[in-house]
Design a protein around this ligand. Sequence first.
Ligand code: PLP
Length: 442
Amino acid sequence: MQRLAIRDRASLYAQAQQVLPGGVCASARANVALGHPFHVSRGDGAGLFDLQGRRYVDMCTSHGASLLGHNHPAIKAAVQTALDLGILCACETEHQVLLAQRITELVPCAEMARFAGSGTETVMHGLRLARCATGRNRFIKFEGHFHGYADALNFSVMPPLDQAGPAHRPRAYAESAGMPPRAGDDVIVVPFNDVPALEAAFAEHGHTVAALLMEPVNYDQGCIMPMPGFAQRCRALCDEHGALLFFDEVLTAFRVAPGGAQEYLCVTPDLCVLGKAFGAGMPISALVGRRAVMQHLKPLGGSQMSGTYLAHLTGVLAAHAALDVYASANFYGRLSGLCDPFYREFQALITRSGVAVRLQALGPRFGLYFGVGSEVTNYRQAALKNHQAENIFIRSCFEHGAYFQPSAHHGFSAAHTPGDLDLVLAAIERGLAAVRAQLGCL
Ligand SMILES: Cc1ncc(COP(=O)(O)O)c(C=O)c1O
């Protein structure tokens, strides 16, 4: 393996900027809080190690993908097995069939599955499938929900409030330059947790709506739960109007329950996408759903979903290994055993610090809203959070050995020990003190 001669962060970043746009391989990795990307030399368990070998407790966990932590022996062994089978690529094997069988047993809506590599491509294919299956073009999405970067879907995730349109009837805001100017014509944006607005959208456009696409728990704005009954109302409105209910479970899958948020909320969609924790750090995703819908995929139906790397065995065998761990005795019990004392102490530190910051969590992922005093139930409230305070907090935590990525959601893995989380809590206490020292109580 070739190595660069440099071992210090600043010169690596300088070299990176010469050959990688912005010095990063994904724009989300340009760390606005630190002012530079976090260059890592390796990961192990709950830890990420910088170029000098200093260990940081990882509270990003690969944006939620590494639910088993880094370097998990079962995932490594699975990848090794996939390599030993010949680095098979673009081949059908028994392993994909068995994985699909396991998913249909675990995920309530899953009668069939097709595997891919990333959330972005899979939600994109899911929307195409929904359009094909219903013969309709439009889809409804909630403001603040994220469904990947495809042109058809990258709307109204974090719109600037002065460009987001009226609160009860947001406009479709394109999140990237270069998207086709008319792509937003098919997107109907509705505020999350707003039943009257959703009913109005269905009343006006229902006959043209292929799907209601949603994060069942809006982790991409931190952690915003659907209000009691809201997900059920989504289900009912889809049924009334002949639209598909499409859950994007890229973040919720295997995190909140073995069957994902649909199991947790007791609402079964028609279609859903699994990602992130599904492969526990290896790239694999799945489009799953009712047989009647899935049968519209080619070669049975008309909707195309294919590709050289779909269902790559490294990801497929990693997913098998991850599912084995998730199914092991008391996996979820142990995870929630980590959550309860951590959030209790975190909340106590917030209260003691006097800083106005709202903590919202479900399972091992949480959102922090600096400067927000009451429960956050939709994007417009989340958008009021104080980014300057968040950046001060993240910088200070980093100095004290806890790595938070400046994104809306944070979290820990099953590899985090109570000792790791104690270290994080100590860093959080310093981070809150830094915010208070620089900006007051907000
Ligand atoms: C809910 C949701 N959908 C889709 C995606 C896109 O997934 P990927 O990053 O695997 O393309 C993400 C990624 O953060 C996500 O959180």
